[in-house]
Design a protein around this ligand. Sequence first.
Ligand code: ADP
Length: 177
Amino acid sequence: MHPNITLKTGDITKEHVCAIVNAANSSLMGGGGVDGAIHRAGGSTILEACRKVRAESYPNGLPTGEAVATTAGKMPAKYVIHTVGPIYPGCGDRCAALLASSYANALKTAQKLQCKDIAFPAISTGIYGYPKEEAAKIAYKISKAFLEDNPDMKIYFIFHKQSDKEIFESAIGVESN
Ligand code: ADP
């Protein structure tokens, strides 16, 4: 495991990091899963900020693979970085590239915000149906590549379920304990 990457189980809304990532949908108006949890925990200022983003920058919704930051409202994090992962298997031969873009653009956004730590959920692997092993390999590869140019960033992967953390570990070749 890369020394700047940490896997944890828990609730991402409680993470004390500069930015937490939301597996949003393109409307940015909230949804189920981690998206719903983030909006509930952060309060209405997040939805207000998302409405503003839609009105000013993305009237047709945030495209898949892109990322945009808002306040984190009442949560301990400073920012929420919303990214839209691909919907599997409809993403076809672009699935891997789109999921990689979600991770890379979220990391770039954190860097622009001068964040030194960021927490990710397992983007697209819930309601969006992306195979968890494949998603883990992509998340890890993009994170490692980013850390080569940004060695002082700390990246956390937060899993709601212990079994998902174990799937991630085995996909990237780490013994789980
Ligand atoms: P997507 O629509 O991108 O698939 P989901 O929210 O359905 O997003 O699921 C993404 C992952 O987030 C799943 O592994 C789910 O278990 C996890 N998840 C749900 N709630 C939380 C939470 N509060 N903290 C961290 N991970 C969460």
